[in-house]
Design a protein around this ligand. Structure first.
Ligand code: ZN
Ligand code: FE
Length: 255
């Protein structure tokens, strides 16, 4: 049985996630923006946290942790590289490490770029990856600490996961990401369809996260720096994908 994944909207536009294994009763929380909605969701479902997985040190992903641990004294797992600026960790992990939630393996991927030390958690049996502010729905995190080559390498690593992988990212930025995406990839029919779907979902108050990796690869310009049509549109035919990615990221920063 795959883990049951629950999306928990927090703050103004953050997402936390619960991953629950019915057989063992174990439940992991991925990121801790604020206690209120997360404690309420756990209460409503009668679940008790066994693990908290932290993706990176930004306040909007960790500030709720203390209030959550008061009620659910779970094991906190985060990046060894960021242990000095994360809340206290019970387990420090790095690229290539694997641990288990409810008997299911969880693989740690270094996805530095937004921050240096940002990690993603990939659960291959459930076909889900928690990417927070690295790969986002129709976007990617801003390069606050890392470089364009670093983020391109991180996104390429995520893009190599199976197409059916469910991408659980950290923010509801998708509608504004879509407005930008069509400026670099204006003739992409799949992108136009997705933009329309996003407008419909947001008008109905529905989240646009999670998505699938197949959809991101077809529509997310930050994964498409090797695409000849995008390269031509940018006047960068046959350019190094890192340079194309850097140009797309720079345009988004100015957008
Ligand atoms: Zn962040
Ligand atoms: Fe964030």
């Amino acid at each position: 049985m795959p883990l049951e994944i629950v999306t928990v909207p927090c703050l103004s536009d953050n997402y936390a996630f619960l991953a629950h294994d019915a057989a063992s009763g174990q439940t992991a929380l991925i990121d801790a923006p604020e206690p209120g909605p997360i404690l309420a969701e756990l209460e409503a479902r009668g679940w008790t946290l066994s693990h908290v997985l932290l993706t990176h040190h930004h306040w909007d992903h960790v500030d709720g942790l203390a209030g959550i641990l008061e009620r659910h004294p779970a094991k906190v797992i985060g990046a060894a590289a960021d242990a000095h600026r994360l809340p206290p960790l019970d387990q420090q992990v790095s690229e290539g490490d694997t641990f288990e939630i409810g008997g299911e393996p969880v693989q740690v991927l270094d996805v530095s770029g937004h921050t240096v030390g940002h990690i993603a958690f990939y659960m291959p049996k459930s076909a889900v990856v928690f990417t927070a502010d690295s790969l986002m729905a129709l976007g990617c995190g801003r390069l606050f600490e890392g470089t364009a080559p670093q983020m391109w390498a991180s996104l390429s690593k995520l893009a190599a996961l199976p197409d059916e992988t469910i991408v659980c990212s950290g923010h509801e930025y998708t509608q504004s990401n879509a407005k930008f995406a069509v400026t670099v990839d204006p003739n992409n029919a799949a992108l136009q369809q997705r933009a329309a779907d996003i407008d419909r979902a947001r008008a109905a108050g529905e989240p646009t996260v999670p998505s699938t990796l197949a959809l991101e690869k077809a529509t997310n310009p930050f994964l498409r720096a090797t695409d000849p049509v995008i390269q031509a549109h940018l006047g960068m035919e046959n350019a190094d994908p890192v340079a194309v990615f850097a140009e797309i990221r720079a345009r988004k920063d100015r957008f």
